[in-house]
Structures are given as structure tokens and as C-alpha cells.
Design a protein around this ligand. Sequence first.
Ligand code: C5P
Length: 236
Amino acid sequence: MTPAEIAPKDRLIVALDVPSVDIAEAMVNRLGDSVNFYKIGYRLAYADGLPLVGRLADKGKKVFLDLKLHDIGNTVTQGVESITKLGATFLTVHAYPQTMKGAVEGRANSNLKILAVTVLTSYNEDDLHAAGYRLGVSELVEARAQQAQVLGVDGLVCSPEEVGALRKIVGHQMSLVTPGIRPAGSASGDQKRIMAPGRAIVAGADYLVVGRPVVEATEPKAIAEAIQAEIAQALG
Ligand code: C5P
């Protein structure tokens, strides 16, 4: 599917960052037909959330498994081979060359797509410096994007601020998935590089990941639908 063919509704990925599978399933039921794509991350995956991937897939939903893998290449390959059997659409790995190479080998010709996390959106220049990096955020993001493309990675997770520059580097060959999205009026939480949904789409994002503004809302469905409407409007 080319980026232009993705329906506006399917561009919203709701992050199920909730404490239990019961709460996650209640949220999925509450969102009903309005949301087709969910992200399962650490919190749920390590709370018996992995079997939920198959259950969501059986309901016709797509799942982004946000496990941000990083290990020696062989271990990543074997782990990803196992993950291909769960029924997820996207899996994240950190954008280190050995890790990305191992993940691409592990997904082989399955339906699973590998997304590389360039630099976490909670990191700014000071955080990178404290972690021992000499490159700034945008330089590191761009260097990692180039490596990901060469290694055959399917997409990138990046801050909405980086989407425009990354599109120029990777063209439309890779999916760009952006967290750090905040609809007008919602709290930024720990996200340091944030953007409104419509602006992120105009900047070139294919998919937007939104967690707290939806799952912590009093009316999650209304918020999700408002974000999708903003996405549709931005696409013209
Ligand atoms: O609640 P919020 O909308 O900030 O959730 C964003 C989600 O995207 C979280 O699950 C977070 O782990 C994830 N994420 C991120 N930055 C990245 C990669 C993933 O915020 N670079």
C-alpha cells in the first residue's frame, strides 16, 4: 500500500498504554469501529498483553507492537522470527545497525514491517549529551534514517519535527510514524517535541501515534474521531 492509499482513519494509531489487558479490551470496545490501529507497548506486553495481538488481529484491527528491541543481531533475528507469528503489522527496534539488520533478517518475507526508532521523542540535545552522544538530535536522526534505509527497514518512528527532513532523505519508500502528537488543549506530559495532528500530516507523516490524549480522555471516542477529522482535513 502506497502512503496515499492509507485511509485517513487508519492513520491514527492509539497507544494502549494502560495497566491491564482487561482495561485495554474495554478501551478497544469503547472506541469500537472508530479506531482500527492500536499500539501495544511495554506496559501491556509485560502484563500478559502479547496474546491480545492475535485477538485484535482476529477482530480486523492492526497492531503496532512497540517493543523497541535492541540486542546482538542473532538474538534480534530469532526474537523477530517468533514475533512474526503473533499477527502484528509493525514492530519497533532501536535504530542501531546490527539491530536493524537482524530485525530485517528475522521478518524475512512475513507480513510484519520493521520500524526503526531514530531518537526517542522525549530526548532533547541535553538528554543526548548526557547519554554520551556527540551528535545533536537532528543529525543523529538523519544519520540513523540513512542507515535504516540502506539496511531495508520498512519505516521510521520519529518526532513530527523531523518528518519533513526525513521525507527528503527516504522518499516515500519508508513509512514515517510519529508519536509526540498533541491535539490542541491536551497536556504534553514528558514529550519534548510535540505537534498537532494536522500539522504532522501536512509535514509528511503517514501514521500518528496518540496515547494519553485518547486513553486518558473522558470521551476517548470523541477525541479519536476529532483527530481523524483533523487528519482527513490535512490530507485535503
Ligand atoms: O501518551 P503519548 O501520546 O505521549 O504516547 C506516545 C506513545 O508513543 C508512547 O507509547 C511512547 O512510548 C511512544 N513513543 C514515543 N516516542 C518514540 C517512540 C515511541 O513517544 N520515539
